[in-house]
Design a protein around this ligand. Structure first.
Ligand code: NAI
Length: 294
């Protein structure tokens, strides 16, 4: 059982970790937001302050509410505070070995009844849990980007997850005003598996020179009715993350060609064109650029 007033630990202060910390703090929890890189903590704090300041400007939140949220988040460069947490969620790089190492370090510090979760998009919950002495307290809790706005959260039990842990976590996440969906521990779970061909086929059309990114995005929005086109969405998600997820799903499905990663996207990752977060992706987000995403 996770108490409604539990302290929350978030590992990784990137796009997802910062958003999840905001969600938890908005719900009144004290949050420890940890990152291994101090500059990332600064970036996360500055980003969150500016997002929340805009909410005040638009009169969607009061200054008191914003101050409350920011006061409840402790940006930390070590995991000592995690010894007080009832729920810890990891949102670091999509790399199995790094995640396993992180969880075995966390297990040594969190309370006995603390639930441990990964925000992984594509890695096996069973494989991550193999690093734990008590894998029954571990499961996948997969938020979508941007976490404060997206209602859906996939709650995925692994084969070792305790039934009580699965049920109480689902209930807990619902108490955060989210809608949960559960599925089996399979590559990409539900949403990222369905989404793979959306990105993959768009990248193939682009690579074959059939149409450019803006045209494909336009067609998917105007004709397909999607809120964002595949290239805009990849730029938002981050090409490093999106490419890593595709590689992981491709490998996990025994190299099924339906999930084959794209060279064009690989080159962008290699060049550091990661999308919005680095200023450049399929579109150019730098100051004064003339082709930002529509
Ligand atoms: P990101 O690159 O924005 O942030 C990752 C953060 O983790 C960085 O701040 C980095 O400094 C930190 N980090 C890396 N290794 C660390 C370690 N060993 N210990 C502590 N901190 C460490 O990545 P993002 O996009 O937030 O993704 C994080 C996780 O969430 C991944 O597993 C990804 O698959 C998943 N995810 C991503 C979504 C997206 O749209 N970007 C959507 C849903 C899930």
């Amino acid at each position: 059982m996770i108490n409604n007033d539990a302290k929350i630990g978030v590992v990784g202060a990137g796009t997802m970790g910062t958003g999840i910390a905001q969600v938890a703090a908005t719900q009144g929890h004290h949050v420890f937001l940890y990152d291994a890189y101090p500059e990332q903590l600064e970036k996360s704090k500055a980003g969150l302050e500016s997002i929340l300041a805009r909410q005040v400007e638009k009169e969607r939140m009061t200054q008191d509410e914003v101050d409350g949220i920011l006061n409840r988040i402790e940006f930390v460069d070590n995991i000592t505070g995690f010894g007080e947490c009832g729920f810890v969620i990891e949102a670091i790089v999509e790399d199995l070995d790094v995640k396993k190492d992180t969880f075995s370090r966390l297990e040594a510090i969190v309370p006995r009844d603390c639930v441990l979760a990964s925000n992984t998009s594509s890695l096996s919950i069973a494989a991550i849990s193999s690093a734990l002495k008590k894998p029954e307290r571990f499961l996948g809790v997969h938020f979508f980007n941007p976490a404060p706005l997206m209602k859906l959260v996939e709650v995925i039990p692994g084969i070792a997850t305790g039934d009580d842990v699965f049920k109480s976590t689902k209930e807990f996440i619902r108490s955060w005003d989210k809608i949960t969906v559960s599925g089996k521990d399979t590559p990409g779970f539900i949403v990222n598996r369905v989404a793979r061909p959306f990105y993959g086929e768009a990248l193939r059309i682009y690579e074959e020179g059939i149409a450019d990114a803006a045209t494909i995005d336009w067609a998917m929005k105007e004709i397909g009715g999607f809120r964002m086109g595949p290239f805009e969405l990849m730029d938002l998600i981050g090409h490093d993350v999106n490419y890593e997820v595709t590689c992981s799903v491709f490998e996990a499905f025994y190299y099924d060609p339906r999930f084959k990663p794209s060279f064009a996207q690989k080159r962008m990752v290699e060049a550091g064109w990661l999308g919005r977060k680095s200023g450049r992706g399929f579109y150019d987000y730098r100051e004064g650029a003339d082709n930002p995403a529509p």
